[in-house]
Design a protein around this ligand. Sequence first.
Ligand code: PRX
Length: 655
Amino acid sequence: MQHKITSFQQYVETYKKSVENPEQFWNEIAESFQWKQKWNQTLEWNFEEPTIKWFLNGKLNITENCLDRHLAENGNKPAIIWESNDSNEPNRTITYFELHAEVCRFANVLQNNGIEKGDRVCLYMPMVPELAIAVLACARIGAVHSVVFAGFSAQSLSDRINDSACKLLVTADGLYRGNKTVGLKEICDEALQSTPSIQKVIVYKRTNQDIKMQLGRDVWWHSEMHKAAAHFDAVEMDSEDPLFILYTSGSTGKPKGVLHTCAGYMVYTYYTFLNVFQYEADDIFWCTADIGWITGHSYIVYGPLLNGATTVMFEGIPTYPDAGRFWSTIDKLQVTKFYTAPTAIRSLMASGLDFVKPYKLDSLKVIGSVGEPINEEAWFWYHDHIGKEKCPVVDTWWQTETGGIMISPIAFVTPTKPTFATLPLPGVQPILVDNEGNELEGNNVEGLLCMKFPWPGIIRTTYGDHERCKQAYFSTFKNLYFTGDGCKRDEDGYYRIIGRVDDVMNVSGHRLGTAEVENAINEHPNVIESAVVGYPHDIKGQGIYAFVIVDKESIEKGIIDTDAALPNSVENDDSLRLLNITSFENEVKNIVSKIISPIAKPDKIQIVSGLPKTRSGKIMRRILRKIAEGDVSNLGDITTLLDPSVVDEIIKGSK
Ligand code: PRX
């Protein structure tokens, strides 16, 4: 733990050093890992291309650093403590020895099923330890893992499998989420109808529900593991070999596969975990995210294990069996560091203190927040009632593309300020610019957040489409990485993230592209066109407001009754479907759930006759956003619109 910053003075000095001589700074941290061959150049970069390489020509395997090197001293230490969806089911504790053996076993299973270094493996799994085992087994054999959040639909799953031509899929029969059971294998079977690259499916038995196994393609996790040896020599990887792909939404309709590589990601997640949370050897660290998101990759699996920490994996949801689940689990497992999302905090806050009061929460030392701006009320509630006014709140700003935490307090070191992510971590060089890319210097400024120098965890490419990576992050402003976020720097030089400035929404901490949701809505047979925007939502942070144009004929013929006179969906025959507004809205929501995921369902749907468009046909989202926010006092100049009168109509019908 020689790289741990323990005072503000030390932070200031370390930061200065990291900016003055980044290569030396990161070299010193990289030295502490187990390498098969040391790197001979620290950094090569060019943001124009972009080309970014760290620790060039180094050879390693990240799992030796997550597992093997801890065995001699800490083999019997718990690596993972698993908390079931069912609060009565006993915890599973997996030591470093056991995790190492299981990972080796599953690496053998992958090999026995035809997987080699460089192959892509898709993981569509419940939050069970086997997901972490599968992630690490891929890394051990050098296969590139692509974890798809198990809340995504069959279509989203097959799109992601196809984009990176995954050869093998690991899934489960089903999963538990609160009082629901989801048939994961059934969803996979639907997805697998259009995924020609998949040769094998490995199925973990979790719910014991009836499923179909396709002979020759589908095999059971347990029977494969039974046959496999508990030893597997970690495959030698180059520093810049791909480690994983993780899909995330951008401003176009198609999710992009963010690609991270081995060494830089390892060094960065190790360092940020150690410092932000001030890791100590006896910590019980709990990050409540799903491994399907970057937060789970970096701060359930890699960051904690690289530090030899004990990491908690939770299968369930914060409100099951009741809204005290997080707090009872903290007491039960004696969690010391807790990391969750503002959405969860707001929803538990809304459930009231009666769910918090029965618990002591006295094991907690640090509490963290990630994924969206945390509003002041939620920050104080978290600080006062969960952290009991003694635990620092680390409001950590980062992105799928950054690999790890970028702007955040260092617990006990950086004085916190509610709603501020505070200061950049060592090695992180933020810059605020105006719309033209001019640097906004000094304090008390607000602009677009960019980075002017690479850090080891930065995205290397978007899988299969490097041009897209360039366009999305490196072309907006010359020689800068553009985050897509608006940001303020206050009088103390503290950073406060305002939110996305592009066509990306952040719903309950989940990133969704407006185009993605619109494409799904447009699949409804009566929808001609749609435009969606985010609007402030008390719990979710942002909700989705959809403006849709339905075909005139539907309205004229009364197929969609905008006066809501019809009782319910009346299906006469295929050609004539009579819908009232509610059933139309439900149909739209169902389509979005089916095509993307229930997390993408619009909260409000308004039927409009036209959308505010410029003469060149571009939708003026700025106007729709204002209407959705309920603030129509200053819509700006609307005279350039093709048909300014639609604006009035939309305002009148707004919800
Ligand atoms: O808008 C920022 C918001 O989440 C976006 C990144 O989303 P994603 O790649 O899904 O990663 C989320 C988990 C790292 C950012 O562009 N965001 C993330 N953390 C914060 C935040 N906004 C405000 N405050 C944060 N702490």
